[in-house]
Write a protein that binds this ligand. Structure first.
Ligand code: F6R
Length: 236
C-alpha cells in the first residue's frame, strides 16, 4: 500500500487528479471506476481544468460509477447520475454514452445488478477505481455486514450513512433508504485503486480500515488485500 498524507484538501485533490490523468494518458481508452460524495469534487474540478486546457483527453475513456440511490432517476438533482453529470461529465470531453451509473429506477433491480457486473466484465474490468470512505467504513455503499458482498447488489443504507448524507438533502427523511452498489469483486479486481479521504472525522475509520483486521464489519479493510492501492489522506 502506498499511503500519502498531505496538507490539505487542495493537495489531496490535485494528487488524485494527477493519478487519474496519468492513467488516462497511459491508456486513453481506460475504464475509470468513479465515486460521488464531497471528497472527489476537488479532483473532478482539477480534471475539468486540465481537460479544458487540452492536457488530458477523455474522448476514449469509459466510466463506471460505484452506486446510485434507489428510486431516483438521473434528472433528480440528488441522484448520483445527476451529480456526475454536473461535477465531472459536462466539463470534460467524455462521451455521454461511455458513462455508466447503475440505475436506481430499474423495474427489476436484481437484473440491473447482474447486467451491471456483466457490463464491467465485458469492458475488461476497471483500470483505476477511485474510492471515498464512509464514517462507518463503507466503500461504494457496501455497508458493514457479516460478509463481503461480491456482486452489485441492493443495499439498505445504515443509519450513520443516512445521517452523513442528509447534509445534501433538505430533510433527513428525504434521504433514500436503499441504494444499488457495485460489490467487492469489481472493486477488488480493479487493476489500481485510489482511495481518498479528508477530514479529522475520517481518521479513525481510515486507521482501522488500513491497519486493523480485515473484516466485513469494516468493508474498506478488504482493500488491504489489493496489491496496487494508493491512499491519499488530508486531515483538513
Ligand atoms: C459514493 C460512495 C461513498 C462515498 C463515501 C464518502 O459514490 O461510493 O462510498 O465515497 O460515503 O462520502 P463523502 O466523500 O461525501 O465523505
Amino acid at each position: 500500500m502506498n499511503f500519502v498524507k498531505v496538507k490539505n484538501y487542495q493537495q489531496m485533490s490535485r494528487q488524485a487528479a494527477n493519478i487519474i490523468s496519468a492513467q488516462v494518458i497511459v491508456k486513453p481508452n481506460c475504464v475509470l471506476g468513479l465515486a460521488t460524495g464531497s471528497t472527489p469534487v476537488g479532483a473532478y474540478k482539477q480534471l475539468i481544468e486540465w481537460c479544458k486546457k487540452g492536457d488530458v483527453d477523455f474522448s476514449s475513456v469509459v466510466s463506471v460509477n460505484l452506486d446510485e440511490y434507489v428510486g431516483l432517476d438521473g434528472s433528480n438533482d440528488q441522484s448520483y447520475r445527476y451529480f456526475m453529470n454536473e461535477n465531472l461529465f459536462k466539463g470534460i470531453n467524455i462521451l455521454p454514452e461511455n458513462t455508466f451509473v447503475p440505475s436506481g429506477i430499474a423495474q427489476n433491480i436484481e437484473e440491473e445488478c447482474k447486467n451491471y457486473d456483466q457490463h464491467i466484465k465485458d469492458l475488461g474490468g476497471i483500470d483505476l477505481q477511485l474510492l471515498g470512505i464512509g464514517v462507518d467504513g463503507h466503500i461504494g455503499f457496501n455497508e458493514p455486514a457479516d460478509c463481503f458482498e461480491k456482486n452489485t447488489h441492493l443495499v439498505k443504507l445504515h443509519e450513520s450513512t443516512i445521517e452523513a448524507n442528509s447534509r445534501f438533502f433538505e430533510n433527513k427523511e428525504d434521504v433514500p433508504k436503499e441504494a444499488v452498489t457495485m460489490g467487492m469483486m469489481s472493486i477488488m479486481q480493479a487493476k489500481k485503486i485510489l482511495l481518498i479521504a479528508n477530514g479529522k472525522n475520517k481518521e479513525e475509520i481510515l486507521n482501522k480500515a488500513l491497519f486493523g483486521p480485515v473484516t466485513p464489519q469494516i468493508p474498506a479493510s478488504i482493500l488491504q488485500l489489493h496489491n496496487d492501492l494508493t491512499v491519499i489522506y488530508s486531515e483538513e
